[in-house]
Design a protein around this ligand. Structure first.
Ligand SMILES: CCCCCCC[C@@H](O)CC(=O)SCCNC(=O)CCNC(=O)[C@H](O)C(C)(C)COP(=O)(O)OP(=O)(O)OC[C@H]1O[C@@H](n2cnc3c(N)ncnc32)[C@H](O)[C@@H]1OP(=O)(O)O
Length: 308
């Protein structure tokens, strides 16, 4: 294992991240829901209108549980840097996302984020960093959710100082590692088209990484054109689960785990397949046009309806 220029994992682990706040309005919640495809197939969809419009005179909009991921993103206004770790930002890919939800989000509000380094791995060809963000409702101080985000930094590995590749994880079990997909027929399958403009719409929720909008940056990163944000694909998949398994109730979602296996190009069709294992929904999303699995993981739910 090569030793790279002055990166000290111990120094990185002791790094203190600044606390941040994230303020959002109903407009942000709606923009996010549209960005992950809500109501794109049917503008009067009974299951989804509540994310974008005060349907039936309801006082509050509902917020998709994957909106939580925006809180963690807001914690990194200057990128995913660690002291001493040099890498080309254009080669960064989102590897995994794990979200725990403790209470439904108000459709507007302000959260206070505390970030820590949850893991750091030297994979030789890449460095993997796991960040944990705990988000508290600013007014009440209540913990709303926790995100664990894994970034895969191509070309940034090789910093281990011994023959044993450096690996640190704050957790006994890697909750977001690859899931075993059952061999049986899925319990439910949901097909949804992303739009050619999907990434351009989704970026307005706060991830302005040019990998998703700039053809030149995408080429340097190794793609024929800009790719979709991983969190947008995750948003599509979890929406499918809410629709098919939770009968449209977003508040049934307890936690979400996903590993991004392959990039998605905006405009491609996503097929989300779901299997039930008690209160766990195992899922995978495939791109129909290339017949490739792009995302897999599981979602834990509070309870399933009696008819399941
Ligand atoms: C809040 C924070 C949010 C973060 C926002 C990030 C900013 C965003 O704008 C960026 C994005 O959204 S990028 C788009 C979404 N992501 C993707 O498209 C990536 C898709 N995945 C890939 O291309 C490959 O799996 C790839 C390239 C990731 C890995 O493929 P390979 O190089 O073939 O890896 P492989 O040889 O199979 O494995 C090497 C070691 O790495 C581990 N690993 C593999 N895939 C991983 C993944 N997705 N996440 C985490 N770890 C992963 C493997 O386990 C392996 O480790 P080991 O050798 O110990 O088994």
């Amino acid at each position: 294992m090569a030793e790279s220029s002055g990166f000290d994992p111990q120094l990185a682990l002791s790094h203190k991240f600044p606390e941040t706040t994230y303020t959002y309005t109903e407009r942000d919640s709606v923009l996010y829901a549209l960005g992950v495809g809500a109501c794109a197939r049917d503008a009067v969809d009974d299951d989804e209108l509540k994310y974008v419009y005060h349907a039936n005179g309801e006082q509050f909009l509902q917020v998709l549980p994957t909106f939580a991921a925006l809180f963690s993103l807001a914690s990194f206004p200057n990128g995913f840097n660690l002291p001493g770790l040099e890498y080309d930002q254009r080669l960064l890919l989102h590897g995994q996302q794990y979200i725990e939800l403790y209470r439904p989000f108000p459709s507007s509000g302000c959260v206070h984020n505390k970030v820590s380094l949850a893991g750091l791995h030297d994979k030789g060809k890449a460095a993997i960093i796991e960040y944990e963000t705990k988000s508290y409702e600013k007014e009440s101080g209540q913990l709303l959710c926790m995100n664990r985000s894994t970034v895969f930094l191509r070309g940034a590995g090789g910093f281990s100082k011994s023959s044993q590749p450096y690996s640190y994880s704050n957790y006994q079990t890697d909750k977001a590692s690859t899931v075993k997909i059952p061999k049986t027929h899925p319990f439910a399958v949901f097909e949804d088209s992303t739009q050619p403009s999907q990434a351009l719409l989704y970026r307005l929720s706060g991830d302005y990484n040019p990998l998703h909008s700039d053809p030149m940056v995408a080429k340097i990163a190794g793609f024929s054109r800009p790719i979709l944000h991983g969190l947008c694909t995750l948003g599509f998949a979890v929406r499918a689960i809410i629709k098919c398994i939770c009968k449209g109730d977003p508040n049934l979602i307890k936690s979400i785990t996903g590993r991004f296996l392959l990039h998605v190009y905006p405009g491609e069709t996503l097929i989300t397949e779901m299997w039930l294992d008690d209160l766990r929904v195992i899922y995978q999303a495939k791109v129909k046009e290339r017949n490739r699995t792009v995302l897999s993981g599981y979602v834990d739910v509070h309870r399933l309806t009696s008819s399941l």
